[in-house]
Design a protein around this ligand. Sequence first.
Ligand code: COA
Length: 703
Amino acid sequence: MKEDSINALLNPKSIAIVGASATPGKIGYSVIKNLLESKFSGSIYPVNPKDDVILGLQNFKSVSEIPGPVEAAVIVVPAKYVPGVIDDCGKKGVKGLIIITSGFSEVGDIALEDQIVKQARSYGMRILGPNIVGTLTNSTKLNASFAPYLPLPGKASLITQSGALLIAIDAISYTRGVGFEKLISIGNMSDVDFADLITWLDGDPFTSCISLYIEGFKDGRRFIEACKKTNKPVIALKAGVSTHGAAAAASHTGSLAGSSKVYDAAFQQAGTLRATDLNNLFDRTLALSLQPTMKGENMLVLTNGGGVGVLATDAAEKYGVPLKFAPEDVQAELKKHMPDYGSAKNPVDMTGMAGNDWYYKTVKFSYAHSWVDGLVVLYCETAQTNPEEIAKSIHKAISESGVKEKPVTISFVGGERSDKAMRWLVENGIPTYNAPDLAVNAMAALREFHNLREIVNHKAYKSSSNGGVVARKIIAKARKDGRGALTEIESKQVFAAYDLPIAATQLSTSEDEAVALAKKVNFPVVMKIVSPQILHKSDAGGVKVNIKDEAGVRDAFKTIMVNTKNYKAEAEIHGIAVQEMAPWGTETIIGSVNDATFGPTVMFGLGGIFVEVLKDVTFRVAPISESQAAQMLDEIRGAPILNGARGEAPRDKKALADVLCKYAAMIYELQDEIAETDANPVLVYEDGKGVKVVDARIILKSK
Ligand code: COA
């Protein structure tokens, strides 16, 4: 029923416009006019209480009066009348409602929005909107919107949360030459959301690539799942990536989790490409909608200009597809089509002497060569060459090569003649840009998408232990005591229940007990105050390290007790933890937050100054796969330190990745109980020597 309703919204065969108007300038007039002008071949039924005829079409006083079936209704009556119209549509058997009307949750009227969703669902109808421009489809010539015309036809479909942007993109599609099959305004997403539409577009034969303008999600996990399931490229432009509004948090991790970093993680896990800005969204959409992905790492750049070649080389490194010299045999063949002073390495510089024939021969050879995984062709307009002819030579070489599953992007730098040639190339299926770095960025997107898809469906680690049972008992006891956080000892017990390697820590309630425990864990030891009211133990003078003997233990016990009494006299003291003094290792931090949009989310970074000052941390939505854990270790700026910088031995990344997987599984399983956690520091030893969690903190969800 649901799928069917979305089909009715995007591909209706019959459509009613409730609030149709014969008055030019009204939205109800524009929608009818647009449906007629776009030459929609299905039935169009204007609905208005007054008129008999609107723009030459028979008008109906209500939807129920329409004689034939009505699949979708566009609603353009003021908000207060919308509930009445929905009942009318429901009784008629309409399947999908395209609600253009504003005046719902976006202005604070959440109750009215909830009411219309409930009402629509009671009739089995789905809602697109409210507060939208409408929806436009080239293949069925459906302009059910107040955007003035259908976009330039193409293979991409775009979903946008901003209606104004849809109208602008509609116009830009012609000036930029980037074509669209569908433009869908999603507005308040009261019912149909990004996930529903991505799932539908996955099965749409006219859509080869899905582009998104996103301000936020209601349910981020549905989005991730929908993107993972489609093999079509999804490109997201996310607005609102500033750190403004990061949640006030009790844990260290909480304060580092700006929404932007969590969105970064989510897009990565969804296998979704990012666009940096609106232009980049167009550029990447063009490439992804027209070209196959780049399956290997060898990109070859052909050019007639040294300057654009260098710019392309810089861009290649910047966008993660650095150039490598072509093998000898490739160079030898290419050398045949350039003067002695040209270069056949990579970029291949045929020099300004390159004409149609050299372009034709080098493109044909390189594109078909097995070493080349992606080809970027650059051209600078010259006095001796005609851009249109160069474009035709390149296109001919590509078509005649017989190669199908290899991408090519092009850049023409020049004036009007080059612009015309570029347009021709795009119309003939080759993404072409007016700057070399844009052509390289487009190729990088084709490579990045291939890499993202390689790991997107790797299975997430799932805990096999009965850690949950142990953890929930500890949490229940803390809640019974009226506490919102676990003590360090309790937090470590929870970690240990999930097989996380904690530094052995036990609670002593007397000097003698502390001495006995210290002997058990072996000297040197660390001693720390355990009190629910003292979260920052060092600030309270509640931590002593490197205690070497019994006398030291007794001395530390007394001092810590006195210090903490002075710090907070009313603090309830559980005792003093005696912990093995973990040997030095690379300091890292692992933590988690329960994000409002994506739920439990794990963080990793290097400790000390890296986390405090540089905020060099990365996130993933839990649970995570081994490959995602490995990616996290590699993508922080301080990654070289883990690989063994400055003569140090490489760190045990395998053990660290394993800990990250287990940690993510833990916070995922306990998401109904846990708000935030920190494991800080987590010491990482040399390869093969493992990891140790030295301190632990668990903040509970308030219930
Ligand atoms: N059934 C059918 N038609 C009805 C009706 C009903 N229950 N109630 C009213 N109408 C008719 C009106 O008679 C009018 O037709 P007319 O021009 O022949 O008189 C038409 O519907 C529109 O109603 P009106 O009261 O004139 O409203 P409007 O055209 O000024 O505004 C909206 C209606 C929906 C456009 C307006 O409320 C709105 O939401 N505007 C913002 C839309 C927007 O920008 N959305 C996208 C954001 S990105």
